[in-house]
Every structure is written in C-alpha cells, then in structure tokens.
Design a protein around this ligand. Structure first.
Ligand SMILES: Cc1cc2nc3c(=O)[nH]c(=O)nc-3n(C[C@H](O)[C@H](O)[C@H](O)COP(=O)(O)OP(=O)(O)OC[C@H]3O[C@@H](n4cnc5c(N)ncnc54)[C@H](O)[C@@H]3O)c2cc1C
Ligand SMILES: NC(=O)c1ccc[n+]([C@@H]2O[C@H](COP(=O)([O-])OP(=O)(O)OC[C@H]3O[C@@H](n4cnc5c(N)ncnc54)[C@H](O)[C@@H]3O)[C@@H](O)[C@H]2O)c1
Length: 572
C-alpha cells in the first residue's frame, strides 16, 4: 500500500491559509483561487500551483508560528486539527473517493474550517481526471485542429494554404496522458496545500460515522460517499480491451482502427466519433433508441446530425441493440449481432475492426459496506434526497451520511459532482442548501460544440401542460453574428425556451462554435433566478460570440406587465 505524507496545521486552517496566501503573493506566487479549484482545463492559470509552491507555502506557514504535523497517509489520523473537533471524532468530515466530487467537497470543507480527510482506493482525480473529461478533451483538442487543417475549403476561405495534415498517434496519446498526469498532480497538491489528509486505501462504511480504509478505522462527524462510476457494458458484449473497448481503453489511443462501431450515441459516443473521424476512421453508430443523440433537444439533435454526422464518414443503425459482440481473433474481425430494440428479432450482423462500448456508466458502490447501514442501492445508485443525504431501505434518512456525484446518478457530470459536494459542506456547516440541478449546464465537446441547460422543448411542453402555463421559443443563428462569420463558423443555433407570462428561462440549447462557454450566461441566470426582462439589458462586447445569447434574450417576447425582479430560484 502506498503511503503519502499530508500536512496540516494546528491553528485554524482559514487563518493559516490567508496568512500563507498573502505571503505567497508577496513572494510572486499565488494560492489557487476558488474558481480554479475544480480540476477543469484551465491549466495555464493553474501553473503556479505546483509542488514548489506547496513547499514554499509550508515554510511560510511555519514562519507564521503554525505548528505543522505530518501524518502517514495510511496510518493514524494527523494529530493536528483545523477545527475544534466535538464528540471525539477523528475528523469533522471524511470523504470516500477522491474524484472531482470528493475534491470539490474537500476544498470547500477546509475553507469552512472542517478537519477533513479523503480516502482514495486507486488514483486521485477519479474518472474525470484520469479516464474522462481531461484526457478526452485533450484528444478533442487534437481532433479540432486536424479537422480544421484537413478542411481545404475552410482554409481557402481565409486565404490560407496548408499542406496535407498528418499526426503521430503516440504523440497524440501522450498529450492526453500528460495532461491527465498534470491535472492529477494539481488536484493532489491543492488538497495537500490546504491541509486535507489524503488517505490511501479502499474505504468501507462500517456503521454510522465510522469508516475503514485498509486496516485502519476512523470516525467522522459526517461522511460523504463519492465513489463515482465505471463503464456499463451490456450483457453479451465481450470487452477484450483491444478490439472491443470502453472509453477507459479508447482514451489511451493505442490504435486508430480503419472502421470502428460505436455502440451508443450519447456524450461519449459523439465525442469519440469526432476524434476517430478526424484521425481517419470510419464510424458506424449503433443506437438503441429511434434517433441518434436521444438525450439532446430534438431540434438541436437534428442540426447536430446534419453537421456532425451526415457530412462525415459515419453511418448508423438506430432502434437496434448490440446483443452480442465478439472481439477480433484468429484473423476474424469484430462481430456485432444486432437485434431490433422492440421486437428483439435479429436484424443484422456487422463486421468491423473495433467496437467502442459507450452505453452509459454504472455507479461504483461495490465493497462500500452499504449493508452495514441498511442502505439498498437502486439500479446500483445510492438513493439520496435533494440534499444528497442517503436514504435507507426503510425510506429514512441516514444521519450524517451523504452521497454525491456519479454514485447517486442525479447528473453524471464532473461539475455537478463538485457542486453537490459543496452543497453538502454548506449543510454540515449549518447553512441549508439545495442545489438547483436545472441550472447545471452540460456540454458535448464536438466540433462545433453542443451545450444545454434546463429543460428540452418536449420536457418544457410537458411541464407547461401539467402546470397550466404557456411556453414560447426564441432562436438566434450564428450566421448573424460578426465574430462567428469572421471565423467562418456561421453554422450554429441558440434556442431559448421560456415563459412569456413572467420571463422565466426554462431551457437554453446551443449548437455552434464555443457553445460550451456560451451556455454559462444562461445557466447563471437560471441559478440566480434572473428573468429575461432583467438580463436583456445587459451589455455584451462587440464583436463576440456572446452576442448570440444577447440577441436570444432580446428577441424573446415577454409580456410587458411581467414583474421584475423575480422570486427565489426554484430547486429541481
Ligand atoms: C470519457 C468520459 C468523458 C467525460 N467528459 C466529461 C466532461 O467533459 N465534462 C463533465 O462534466 N463530465 C464528463 N465526464 C463525466 C465525469 O467524468 C464524471 O461525472 C465525474 O468524474 C464524476 O465524479 P465523481 O467524483 O462522482 O466520481 P469519479 O470521478 O468516478 O471518482 C470516484 C473516485 O472514488 C474512488 N473510489 C471508488 N470506490 C472507493 C472506495 N470504496 N474507497 C476509496 N475510493 C474509492 C475511485 O477510485 C475514484 O477515484 C466524462 C466521463 C467519461 C467516462
Ligand atoms: N462532455 C461531457 O460532459 C461528457 C462526455 C462524456 C461522458 N459524459 C458523461 O458520462 C456518462 C456516460 O456517457 P455515455 O455516452 O456512455 O452515456 P449516455 O447515457 O450519454 O448515452 C448512452 C447511449 O447508449 C444507448 N444505448 C444504451 N444501451 C445500448 C445498447 N445495448 N445498444 C445500443 N445503444 C445503447 C442509449 O440509448 C444512449 O443513447 C453520461 O452520463 C455523461 O453525462 C459527459
């Protein structure tokens, strides 16, 4: 078992941190600002948080007369405390799982003065950093550039001439791997620098307020389960990690097949289709539902199909299940047997070079000891209430036990996991907090990107009918935006679904260049409860893509007597 050293401070961590921070700035270095805490991809701004800074901060804190104690990661809890522990617990908060959810919770907890430990059974950073968001976005950064360089028409339209673009597969793979290592280091250092004890071992809940990792038992006033998820592989599919793979394998980019079938056209399938086609593969989608990208707003899905699927070397089978997949062996290709999703009748057999299974993710709760606290998972997910508090088999809340992130299945996104963790810390430190999941944006990082927040049009229509209100739709095109046209990227649409009677934003969907960044004006508006009649007067710099959203809000027709400002934001 690995042992790592963590540092903590005998005086309240907030005091130490502010002292350190001031001194560190005076030394020409800086403590990671709040907005950078999430692993994210803001590596340029994150550079300063490295191990040398950690050492410098440690020294500075020492010189400020804060006693430093070191604890073996898998030994007894550190003797220092950042809070005045009550009830004889080892920690105020113990988090099981150091993915982005656990990391977000841990950082917020130390900011609130809680003595915090995080238990990790594998590597810090979890799925997002090691096998998800981070390496996939590195590959997508490559595919975006390849796509642009290969598009002769596009280059010519700028007056540019570019020789044939090529790539070095291993160097592309290294880019993804190096980025993951770097962000993993940043995450680890940020927790160590702030005094979070990183405990190495597999965590098991032994009972209320009691956790075991390795052979060590520790107690905590509150416990957060943040154990994440793993790829979900349907029955009948044999994954060999070489020719039949999941995203865990695909991110290593060990080979680029000539022809790859992607089973599932959700986020992972779509992002990898962007990567593979840019690198020269042909793709065949196999999707169980009747349309590709079934999770997106249908209008945006149609546009995405027109731009991201039809002109590329992609074909598809919809309304079919991949009932059996056999890896390539003995000179034979990968065999995929398709059955009709409704009748279950055999439909077709595909022979391809490789198959990527992207059919969703399963929560990882094995060995967690949920039976010790009478908790039964639901389809594997840990049941929680709107405050992420765990619900037991009798429907009762388990005191002092929370579950965040992919393991609770509410919204399987990195920033949602982190936001849920922060919300839990708010509650355990005395401030009631309910996260509005309808304000959490999502993005698919294809070229161009897709982003969304709130309800799709069918969901909004259903809600409107049930609750008896009208909805309206406004749309703006990237074709009318100067910046998009300057970039020759006029293919794009923004769509607003809203209530004309009171100006409430129900959903915003964007397809186009930098859609993933543009969505935040809408998601922040929903989170803060702003209405269209308020934000339509906000001023946007010209010429920027943000004017697409400005136009969107300005083109909405809200009844003139709609009140403003509005009531508290509603929780999902
Ligand atoms: C290919 C891919 C691309 C993605 N891209 C994006 C994206 O661009 N944006 C986005 O928002 N989301 C993305 N996601 C989803 C995102 O990765 C997850 O939503 C996020 O990682 C969930 O965070 P988490 O903290 O809940 O769990 P995880 O990140 O899975 O972390 C859980 C951690 O807990 C540890 N663990 C589990 N059980 C135990 C135990 N008993 N004891 C100790 N440790 C334990 C695990 O080792 C792991 O480190 C992507 C996912 C994939 C697969
Ligand atoms: N950019 C991002 O934010 C991002 C990127 C990647 C992954 N993720 C997260 O990771 C999670 C997993 O992504 P995903 O793409 O695997 O799941 P998903 O739920 O987005 O899509 C899975 C797709 O597979 C289809 N499917 C399921 N079983 C099938 C079968 N047997 N045969 C054919 N089709 C089948 C489903 O109908 C669905 O369209 C998502 O919840 C997503 O939130 C996010």
């Amino acid at each position: 078992m690995q042992s790592s050293i963590s540092l903590s401070f005998s005086s309240p961590s907030t005091i130490c941190r502010s002292d350190c921070s001031t001194a560190a700035v005076a030394n020409g270095s800086f403590l990671m600002p709040r907005s950078l805490r999430f692993c994210g991809l803001r590596k340029e701004a994150f550079k300063s948080l490295n191990s040398s800074l950690h050492i410098r901060l440690t020294r500075l804190c020492c010189s400020n007369n804060n006693r430093i104690s070191a604890s073996s990661a898998n030994g007894a809890p550190s003797s220092s405390s950042s809070s005045s522990l009550k009830g004889g617990f080892d920690y105020d908060l113990v988090i099981i799982g150091a993915g982005v959810g656990g990391h977000g919770a841990a950082l917020h907890a130390v900011e609130k003065g809680l003595k915090t430990a995080i238990i990790e059974g594998e590597v810090v950073g979890g799925t997002c950093v090691n096998r998800g968001c981070v390496p996939s976005k590195a590959l997508l950064a490559v595919s975006g550039r390849m796509r642009e360089l290969q598009n002769e028409q596009h280059m010519k339209s700028f007056g540019l001439q570019v020789a044939a673009a090529g790539y070095d597969r291993q160097a592309v793979a290294d880019h993804a791997n190096n980025l993951a290592s770097k962000i993993r280091g940043n995450l680890t250092n940020s927790m160590k620098a702030l005094g979070v004890d990183i405990l190495t071992g597999f965590g098991t809940v032994l009972g209320p307020q009691k956790v075991k990792y390795g052979d060590t038992v520790i107690t905590a006033k509150d416990i957060i389960i943040a154990t994440g998820s793993v790829p979900s592989v349907p029955k009948g599919i044999e994954v060999d990690g070489k020719t039949v793979i999941t995203s865990d394998h695909a991110l290593k980019l060990e080979f680029v097949p000539n022809w790859i079938a992607i089973v599932g056209s959700g986020y992972i399938g779509l992002e990898f289709s962007d990567v593979y086609t840019a690198l020269g593969s042909e793709v065949t989608f196999v999707e169980a539902l009747d349309q590709l990208m079934p999770g997106f707003d249908p209008e945006i899905g149609k546009l995405a199909q027109r731009v991201l699927i039809n002109p590329r070397k992609i074909d598809y089978h919809t309304g079919v299940f991949a009932s059996k997949i056999t890896p390539a062996r003995d000179g034979k290709p990968v065999l995929i047997e398709l059955i009709d999703a409704k009748t279950k009748e055999p439909k077709d057999t595909l022979e391809v070079d490789a198959a990527l299974i992207a059919t969703g993710r399963a929560p990882f709760t094995q060995g967690l000891g949920l039976e010790n606290i009478n908790v039964q998972t639901q389809r594997g997910f840990v049941p929680v209430d709107e405050r992420m508090q765990v619900i037991d088999a009798n429907g009762e809340l388990v005191p002092h036990l929370y579950c965040i992130g992919d393991a609770n299945g509410k919204m399987m996104l990195a920033h949602a996991a982190s936001a849920q963790g922060i919300s839990v810390v708010e509650q355990v430190t005395g401030k009631d907090h309910i996260l509005n999941h309808l304000s959490i944006p999502a993005a698919c990082f294809t070229h161009p990107e897709i982003s969304m927040v709130g309800l799709t049009e069918p969901q909004a229509r259903e809600k409107a009918e049930k609750e008896g209100f009208e909805i309206s739709i406004a749309k703006t095109s990237f074709k009318a935006n100067t910046k998009a046209l300057a970039e020759n990227e006029g293919e794009g649409l923004a769509k607003l679904i809203y209530r004309p009677d009171n100006g409430e934003i129900l959903g915003v969907h964007i397809f186009g260049m930098h859609a993933a960044d543009l969505i935040h004006e809408a998601s922040n508006a929903i989170a803060l409860g702003s209405r269209i009649q308020d934000i339509k007067y906000a001023v946007h710099a010209h010429p920027t893509l943000s004017e697409v959203i400005d136009e969107l809000f300005k083109s909405a027709k809200v009844k003139t007597n709609a009140s403003s400002p509005i009531a508290e934001p509603v929780a999902a």
